[in-house]
Ligand binder design. Structure first.
Ligand code: B1M
Length: 225
């Protein structure tokens, strides 16, 4: 959640409308609410963390309880992504100079990418050049990308309990290939914990996209923003 939660009833109405539009998967109306929120002076992070992300959490709850099915979950995700396209330039514009290179990807077997894309936006906003390998990325593709780009840090996202083990497989592959060097490896995604990150030999863990930036900067000795 953001610190600047709204005190204004009109802003609350806009956030509620955005929440409902993502929940029902109505992309046009979600886009309208996003634009209206920005025009009313709401912060992009507030639109994300006070409306869109809670809405997707509710989508997940409804899916889990069998009240909605995969197509509805996908339609809601698309509505959110349409709004993210509007917010991305606003969030990523903040950086004035490049502070490092970050390779990012969702691990093999997993096609969730909204949380990963949000990390990309926050990292870019903080000044990192982000090389995003996409979704369902096999371990050897991460190894290739480290060899090619010599990044300061690598981010691995996992969103399913069934794909989490692939985080360990990927870190093992990076170590076995001898390419880890000074590159820091950060893991995240809803089912991942600090304990699990420690267990599999990651350098860092962050629960949210915002804290991912803080963690990577700390690991790289850049202090806090
Ligand atoms: Co899926 N899905 N899904 N899904 N989905 C979840 C994750 C689930 C929790 C829903 C539920 O049952 N409640 C559940 C996982 C259960 C589990 O494993 N414990 C689930 C399931 C079961 C599945 C399928 C298996 C369903 C099926 O086929 N029967 C299937 C799997 C497909 C696959 O990957 N192989 C599937 C498919 C899909 C869609 C394709 C329909 C769609 C994804 C579309 C897309 O991403 N382009 C989808 C969606 C939308 C969801 C929910 C509803 C929303 C996910 C999301 O985007 N959240 C989700 C329910 C939920 O999250 N409660 C669910 C918003 C996003 C901003 O949050 O992803 O957590 P999050 O990212 C956060 C942090 O985790 C963190 O920062 C982000 C923002 O702060 N973070 C990092 C992320 N990466 C990080 C990296 C870092 C640091 C922090 O460092 C590197």
């Amino acid at each position: 959640m953001t610190d600047d939660t709204t005190a204004n009833p009109a802003d609350d109405e806009l956030l509620d409308a955005l929440y409902d539009s993502v929940l029902s998967g109505d992309a046009d109306s979600a886009i309208d609410s996003t634009r209206a929120g920005l025009a009313a002076g709401l912060q992009p992070l507030s639109l994300l963390f006070d409306a869109m992300i809670p809405s997707l959490e509710e989508v997940g709850n409804l899916f889990e309880s069998g009240e909605i099915f995969l197509p509805e979950m996908l339609i809601s995700a698309r509505a959110m992504q349409a709004c993210m396209n509007i917010l991305r330039p606003l969030l990523a514009d903040a950086a004035s100079s490049r502070i490092g290179v970050f390779v990012m990807g969702t691990i093999a077997g997993d096609i969730h990418d909204i949380g990963k894309n949000l990390c990309d936006v926050m990292l870019e906003g903080a000044g990192f050049e982000v090389i995003d390998l996409g979704i369902n990325v096999p371990a050897d593709r991460f190894v290739e990308a480290i060899t090619e780009h010599q990044p300061d840090a690598v981010g691995l996202s996992a969103f399913l309990t069934t794909t989490m083990a692939e985080l360990a497989t990927t870190i093992d592959a990076i170590d076995a290939a001898g390419v880890r060097g000074d590159t820091k490896i950060i893991v995240g995604g809803a089912p991942v914990t600090q304990e699990y990150a420690d267990q599999i030999g990651a350098d860092g863990y962050a629960p949210t996209a915002v804290s991912a930036v803080r963690t990577v900067k700390e690991l790289l000795g850049m202090g806090q923003s």
